[in-house]
Structure formats: C-alpha cells, structure tokens
Design a protein around this ligand. Structure first.
Ligand SMILES: [Mg+2]
Length: 394
C-alpha cells in the first residue's frame, strides 16, 4: 500500500503573523528582520516585497536598495511561536503521526485515514485560514521527499505578489517523472559543493542523476551517492518521525563592526557559552562535542570542533574547549565579523556523583541558581567571581 504524506508549510509565516497583528501592513512590501545599519538580514518578507526581488536571508541593506520603500518590522518571536503552536495543535488533531520540521513546516502521515490526502490537506488549509488567519501550502505524495519538493515547486509556480495557498499533488507512480526536469539543488542533500561536483560532469537536472546507474553515483559520492541516486528516482522510505531529536544547541552573534580586540572577542565567546550551557541545563541535556564558528571580515566562515572525554553541560568545560579552538584558529588581532559556539553529540547528562565529586555538585547547584537569576534579571546582573578572575588572568 502506498503511503499518503502531506507536507504543510505556512506562506511567509512571520509576515502573515505581523499582518494579523497590524492589518495596515496587508499588501505592503515589508520585511521582518534587523535594521540595515545593524547589518540586519531579512528573516521573512511579504509577497509584495518578493515580487520586487527581496528574498529571505538577504542583507537588509541590499533588500532596501532593491525596494527603497520597504518597511522593516522587527521580529516578534513570542507571537510566531504562539501561532506556530496553534497550527501544530490543529495538525495534531488530524493525526498523531506529525513531524514538525521547523516553526512553520510539518509532515503528516495520513495513510491510515479513510479520506484522501487531498481532502485532508485542503481542509487543513481552509481551517488554518479561517481559525488563525494564516495562509499555508501543501505538497502531497507517497513520501516525504517528493511531498516537500512538490510543495516547493507549487509555491514557486503561483503568481508573484500574493500568498500561494497552493496544493500540489504528485500521484503514485509519477514521482520520478515529476522530479526529472527539476534542478539538482532541489534534492535534499545537494548543497553548493555537491551541485558543483555534479555540474563538473554535466549534471544539472534531477533526471540526469536518475539516469546514471546507482553504482556510478556510489563510486563518485560514496554512500551519499547511493542516497542521491534513490532520491532522484523519487524513492524515499524515511518514516514520519514524531519525536524530533535536538541535534545541537548553539549561539552566535554578528558584530556591528568587526572585532579585532582579543579580550572583547573572548568576552563575547564567554557570554555565548553561558547561554549555550544554560539552554543545555534547561533541556536537561549534555553534549560531547564543542564547535566554534568564526566569520572573517571577507565573509569566509570556518568551523572547528573538539570532542571532550565526557558529556558536559558545564560552562567552564565548554568555554575551555571553545577558547582552545579559538586560539588555534585565529591569530591575535585578526578582525572577526561573527563568532559562535555550539555543543552537539547530545544526550542525558551524567547525574551520578561520587563523594569526592561533591565539588562538581556544588558548582552545578550554583550554576542552576545563576540560571534562575539571569532569567529574572537579565545578562549583566551577576557574574561568577572565578569567571571575573579567569578573564583577568588569561
Ligand atoms: Mg514557510
């Protein structure tokens, strides 16, 4: 029996929420994001703005040069997450086989329901529109890969300047035909590097991958090549997974002006690390790998990681690893545009403490108290004595 998979994606989600909040924005060219003088980036843009060339992830300065009357709205994340929860609750009423993949996107497996996926999808779109005043699009297919790509294609095909509210269906047996003329970049797992490598051998379309023997793709790209070969033929057996695992926790910041001051950079890294450690403890997680991300003035971005001997959620251990990575990666005084720190390889923290680890326990208790204080009073209110001392020494 073929599966019935729906991919549902809200249309210009942040902007749609902003329009409900402030109806005077309706139909206008506006973008949610940071100000250009703060090197802001477009997080979401209205369809009127898209029609004039504005795109998400574009620097706000560039967006304004394309669309000088663009209105900039600063993000109200609490409103977005509230709206997102309401949408996901509606979806969950349809089936518990729901996989949320981002704040405004989810897969539903409706194979076991008597109605067609099309009926269910259209009803959901109508319901989300009438109850939450949000436009959404759906892609329907026999697997996640094709449902998602169908939705991407359907949304793009709709007339520019309006919410797509699209329903795109790929019937069973048509998966490979549907994918064939599309550019390889639309396949999951094809980033700029793979696309480049494929282009070097004259492959630009998904169908051209599908025409190559699977063995040939494996030879060129390893296991990844085998997956690509199958995906290009529209084969994807991955299930809709209800519990989405958190893979990493990270924080980063882009500076208003590039930072060359070593001390200031280190201080920023400490603040980011504190936030990461706090989020780990709040989620009751610890991690084994610490990752440092750096972007230089010329936009080159590097990441380096270090695996620790044991799982940790301790600020002190994470910062130690992050600082050693920073020292290896950056010559003193080199200007930095962005810095970030993250922890991956997540799992439950080790809670067994032997007697002589009492010290660790004390320090954990202290960190928990500090977390609480920071949450109540903000970042700068309180600092640990040892941290202040360390900063002076290093
Ligand atoms: Mg969306």
């Amino acid at each position: 029996m073929p599966r019935k998979i729906i991919h549902l994606d809200l249309d210009a989600f942040f902007c749609a929420v902003e329009e409900s909040h402030d109806p005077s924005l309706r139909g206008k060219a506006f973008a949610v994001g940071g100000k250009p003088e703060e090197r802001g980036v477009v997080a979401s843009c209205s369809y009127a703005a898209r029609a004039r060339g504005v795109r998400s992830a574009m620097p706000m300065g560039r967006a304004i040069s394309l669309c000088p009357d663009l209105q900039i709205v600063s993000a109200k994340h609490h409103l977005y997450s509230e709206a997102s929860k309401k949408v996901m609750a509606l979806l969950k009423d349809v089936t518990p086989l729901l996989e949320q993949i981002s704040v405004d996107e989810a897969f539903l497996d409706v194979s076991d329901l008597p109605e067609t996926a099309q009926t269910i999808g259209k009803r959901l779109q109508a319901q989300i529109k009438s109850e939450l005043d949000l436009s959404s699009s759906v892609g329907i297919a026999t697997n996640k890969l094709v449902a998602k790509i169908a939705n991407d294609v359907g949304k793009k095909a709709v007339q520019r300047g309006i919410s797509p509210f699209a329903t795109t269906i790929v019937p069973e047996g048509q998966e490979s035909n549907f994918l064939s003329p599309l550019p390889v970049e639309m396949l999951w797992g094809v980033g700029p590097k793979t696309a480049q490598k494929l282009a070097e051998t004259g492959i630009y379309k998904i169908g051209e991958i599908a025409n190559l023997p699977e063995k040939e793709m494996s030879r060129r790209f390893g296991k990844h090549g085998r997956d690509l070969s199958r995906h290009a033929r529209g084969i994807d057996t991955r299930p809709v997974t209800t519990e989405r695992e958190v893979k990493s926790i990270s924080q980063e910041t882009t500076f208003l002006r590039d930072i060359s001051d070593d001390e200031k950079l280190e201080k920023t890294l400490r603040t980011l690390t504190m936030k990461v450690a706090r989020r780990l403890r709040k989620a009751d997680l610890a991690g084994k790998t610490v990752k440092l991300k750096i972007r230089w003035s010329d936009f080159t971005t590097l990441t380096r990681q270090k695996t620790l001997p044991t799982m940790t959620d301790s600020e002190a251990e994470i910062i130690e690893a992050a600082l050693s990575l920073l020292k290896k990666l950056r010559p003193p005084g080199k200007p930095v545009r962005l810095i970030g720190v993250g922890v991956s390889g997540l799992g439950p923290p080790l809670r067994q403490l032997s007697l002589w680890e009492e010290g660790a326990k004390k320090s954990r208790e202290l960190e928990n108290i500090l977390d609480e204080l920071h949450e109540r009073f903000g970042e700068s209110i309180i600092q640990r004595g040892s941290k202040a001392k360390k900063e002076k020494n290093s």
